[in-house]
Write a protein that binds this ligand. Structure first.
Ligand SMILES: *Cc1c(COP(=O)(O)O)cnc(C)c1O
Length: 370
């Protein structure tokens, strides 16, 4: 029996009657964009995150772009983030018209290293840097306390990239509620996923919420009155109805992910791989991915493949090695922890429908190989 890396069909089978009902309701309503389904989902998602506002947009990328724009970040501004991600975080900074700068990660957590951020801010003598986009990678909250303190000291804004961290807690509080805004993606593979593209900006700032609402809809303040130069990036009624169904399962699914992750960590202890860090100080990771580090990743991956076990790499190529971003002024060796992580990370199968038995089989296979 092959073990899949992810099985989205299994999730649909498990909740099919509710999803089909939601789809039928929207299709029959005759109203498909900016309606009741979205308003309800926005209210429920804001409440889930413990914030005043949630504004649905077309994707996680658009959420970051519009949150930056709404926070007043644009051309001429520098925005610090990490490079051990896939393109959207950095693409969104560029779409907002700003210039990305990279700070290295903490090799143990894979998240932005506050000390590296501090160094980047100190070098910024021209005071070009106006914001930091903090990624909670793999569903593991970054050190927001230290990052927020540094941001306050230097007067820059904090945007949280929560695209992998729906429901995660930093020291007891939901991520997305710490910075100026939190940005979520509902890409199908995320902890709660649409059947298409969708995203959300959450914020406690009334002004940012209002501006994102305008920017997502051509910059309209009211019908045919444009007070901003906006774009078209809305979370449609069909996806909102689907996501309302899935939000009710989010905590249960996250709990199952955490149990499976604990099983992995228990079974893989002492086998020579670097494992994800355990939770600390009231934080709660939601394991969007279960990522180990192996010195000889390609060998391990190939041998697991032979045994019918699918794995993935998030992410093999840091952004400063990507051709599209070669003009940002970074060279190999500039971000050593980031570069080492990209060589060694390996994501093991993990999703709520995965049987614990399958986790045991993956662990047994890994122990045999290493
Ligand atoms: C998925 C993801 C995004 C982008 O989301 P889209 O909805 O695909 O635009 C951004 N940042 C991170 C860390 C992600 O995992």
């Amino acid at each position: 029996m092959r073990i899949l890396f992810l099985d989205l069909k299994a999730q649909y089978r498990a909740i099919r009657p509710e999803i089909d009902e939601a789809l039928g309701r929207v299709l029959a309503s005759g109203w498909y964009i900016l309606g009741r389904e979205l308003e309800e989902f926005e209210r429920e998602f804001a409440s889930y995150c413990g914030v005043r506002h949630a504004v649905g947009v077309g994707s996680g990328t658009a959420a970051i772009q519009l949150a930056l724009s709404a926070a007043g970040i644009g051309p001429g501004d520098g925005v610090v983030t990490v490079a051990n991600v896939s393109a959207p975080t950095v693409a969104a900074i560029c779409l907002a018209g700003a210039t990305p700068l990279f700070a290295d990660i903490d090799g143990r957590s894979g998240n932005l290293d506050p000390e590296r951020l501090s160094a980047v801010l100190q070098r910024d003598t021209g005071r070009q840097i106006k914001a930091v986009v903090v990624v909670h990678l793999y569903g593991n909250p970054a050190n927001l306390e230290r990052i927020l303190a540094l941001a306050r000291e230097s007067g820059i804004k904090v945007i949280e990239d929560c695209c992998q961290a729906h429901g995660a807690l930093f020291r007891g509080t939901k991520v997305g509620s710490f910075g100026e805004a939190g940005c979520f993606s509902f890409y199908p593979t995320k902890n709660i996923g649409a059947y298409g593209d969708a995203g959300m900006v959450v914020t406690n700032d009334d002004g940012i919420a209002e501006r994102v609402r305008m920017l997502r809809n051509y910059g309209e303040k009211e019908k045919y009155l444009n007070t901003e130069r906006g774009i078209n990036s809305r979370l449609d009624e069909i996806q909102a109805a689907i996501l309302k169904v899935k939000l009710a399962y989010c905590d249960r699914w996250n709990e199952t992910r955490r149990k499976l992750a604990d099983l992995y960590s228990e079974q893989l202890a002492g086998c020579g791989l670097k494992l994800p860090l355990p939770d600390e100080n009231g934080s709660r990771q939601v394991y969007h991915l279960y990522v180990v580090r192996a010195k000889d990743r390609e060998y391990l991956r190939a041998r697991l493949q032979e045994k019918g076990i699918a794995t993935a790499v998030h992410y093999p190529r840091p952004i400063h090695f990507q051709p599209a971003y070669s003009d940002l002024g970074y060279a190999p060796g500039d971000l050593p922890e980031t570069e080492a992580a990209c060589r060694e990370v390996l994501s093991l199968p993990l999703y709520p429908e995965l049987e614990p038995q399958a986790v045991l089989r993956v662990c047994e296979a890994i122990r045999e190989i290493v």
